[in-house]
Write a new protein. Structure first.
Length: 517
């Protein structure tokens, strides 16, 4: 038997929504939709849910399954499962929602080929014209992406959501369409997207809307002189002039490394990143070097020659400048003999591990996040973690979007937290690939700070329910914005801490010597 907790609500009854629990006999290969059919046919014929094809083609059966949007006909039925209607849309009854408002907004964007005059004959399309469109045409309009979008859930009046951006980009790159799709996208919230990839994580067709639609539309906006937003201009010019987004002289980047005497070339290189180097004093990057040094893994570091990874340029649409900067970064690392690059910033990690490869292919450098390096070392017995009085607290962990959904690093940070003696890790409903964005990514915090805080406030609400002492994360952008959101929400949480801060404080190196990396 498997147990299903199903949300029940009939707006005509005048009663509050509630959960009913059903035990369903399990057979191998069952899907969630099979469980719903069993309940309807054998236990409660009043249960309402939507379905049509049972094959993942129509998108009708989209619901939340254990807090994550997905298709009931595709999700395996296993263990205790909670089923709820998709967020954002009004509930018609039980698991059935009304998509009317979503379609109204989609229709407002004119989701059809626009021509100046009727077509006498079908226009010719070459294979090269069709190939880019295939990235978007597999959409089955299940609306899971919009339901999961942290921005749409907070400011839907200003941001129409990923399904609209996907359609607008499809039409923008279609040679037959003559409408000004970039202007429409700007009007409907193009720069509200945090590029968190939650839409991709729930999409049954795995459409990469942030990379292939939002970032592409933003690049076209910049190309056409319509972007980025005024709030982004200082950031963009600072990266071009100072090689960092914070309008700081390049020599200040290496201030944290003074006295550490790190080589500027070697096979094992630490990429400190702009925010850790320039906004967080000497805490984070120096801690990374300390923990690696204790393990006999002393890294090289470029110092003031280190460049911005370029992620902010890509997110706001300056693709030309991004390509140039990314190419410089790769060439510089190769010239310095780098074989393994270690990062600490989640944004830098996604740039090196995912985005650079998307633009340039395999460039011959292994990219690892410091949490992965440390977890491997811990498993090998290279160090232990001390039982200190300050360890005995309840904490929670925030998955940075660029580290989690961006590169798949979920386990190493959690494993290290659980390994700290006395520390208790509790987690909210939305974690790992379904983690809720902090709100600061994609240039939103820079140009739309009020939107970023609204998204962050919701994330803080999810954490505050757990009553942890503080939040741990692995991203300086997330940590800074979570603290801003704590203040905005007037929450009782302590200041957010970086995982490396915890490890550096509790690390005890094994007595046997460690070889150099």
């Amino acid at each position: 038997m498997v147990t299903l907790r199903v949300y029940r609500f009939d707006p005509d009854s005048g009663e509050e929504g509630h959960f009913d629990t059903y035990d369903v006999p399990y057979e191998e290969g069952m899907r969630v939709l099979d469980g719903l059919h069993y309940i309807h046919d054998h236990l409660d014929g009043t249960l309402a849910f939507r379905w049509v094809c049972r094959a993942g083609q129509c998108g009708s059966c989209g619901i939340r399954i254990n807090g994550k949007a997905g298709l009931a006909c595709q999700e395996p039925l296993q263990g205790e499962t909670t089923l709820e209607p998709l967020m954002l849309f009004p509930v018609v009854k039980d698991l059935v929602v009304d998509f009317g408002e979503g379609y109204r907004r989609l229709y407002e964007s004119e989701p059809y080929l626009s021509r100046e005059e009727p077509m006498a004959d079908p226009p010719a399309l070459l294979p090269g014209d069709v190939a880019p469109l295939k990235d978007f045409r597999s959409c089955i309009e299940c609306w899971c992406c919009v339901s999961a979008c942290p921005v749409a859930n907070r400011v839907w009046d200003d941001y129409y959501g990923p399904i609209v951006m996907r359609k607008l980009c499809e039409l923008d790159i279609d040679s037959r369409d003559l409408a000004e799709r970039v202007k429409i996208a700007l009007n409907e919230g193009l720069y509200h997207c945090t590029t968190c990839r939650n839409c991709w994580a729930v999409c049954p067709e795995h459409i990469e809307i942030p990379e292939k639609a939002v970032e592409k539309l933003r690049a076209h906006a910049v190309r056409d002189g319509l972007g980025p937003l005024p709030g982004h201009n200082t950031l963009v010019q600072s990266i071009k002039n100072y090689r960092n987004p914070w309008v700081m002289p390049r020599q200040r980047r290496a201030r944290w490394a003074k006295g550490l005497e790190l080589s500027d070339r070697g096979a094992f290189m630490f990429f400190a990143g702009c925010s850790p180097s320039l906004l967080l004093g000497d805490r984070l990057p120096a801690n990374v070097v300390r923990v690696l040094d204790r393990l006999g893994m002393r890294p090289a570091y470029l110092g003031k020659e280190e460049l911005c990874c370029g992620s902010p340029l890509l997110k706001v649409g300056d693709e030309v400048a991004y390509r140039e900067l990314a190419g410089e970064n790769i060439a510089l690392m190769k010239e310095r003999g780098v074989k393994t690059l270690v990062t600490t910033c989640a944004g830098c990690h996604k740039s090196w591990a995912t985005d650079y490869r998307a633009f340039f292919g395999d460039f011959g450098i292994e990219v690892k996040h410091v949490s992965e390096v440390l977890w491997d070392a811990f498993q090998s017995g290279a160090f232990t973690l001390r039982d200190l009085p300050e360890n005995h607290v309840t904490v929670t962990y925030h998955d940075p979007c660029h580290l989690g959904r961006g590169t798949g690093v979920y386990d190493a940070p959690r494993n290290l937290i659980r390994a700290v003696p006395g520390m208790r890790l509790v987690e909210p409903e939305r974690i790992r690939e379904n983690s809720h964005c902090c709100g600061s990514g994609g240039g939103v915090k820079t140009a739309k700070p009020e939107v970023a805080l609204e998204v962050g406030k919701e994330r803080i609400r999810q954490f505050e329910e757990l009553e942890p002492a503080y939040i741990i994360s692995c991203c300086p952008w997330c940590e800074q914005h979570l603290d801003d959101s704590i203040a905005y929400a007037r929450a009782s949480l302590g200041a957010t801490r970086d995982l490396i801060e915890i490890i550096e404080r509790t690390m005890e190196v094994a007595s046997h010597e460690r070889g150099n990396c």
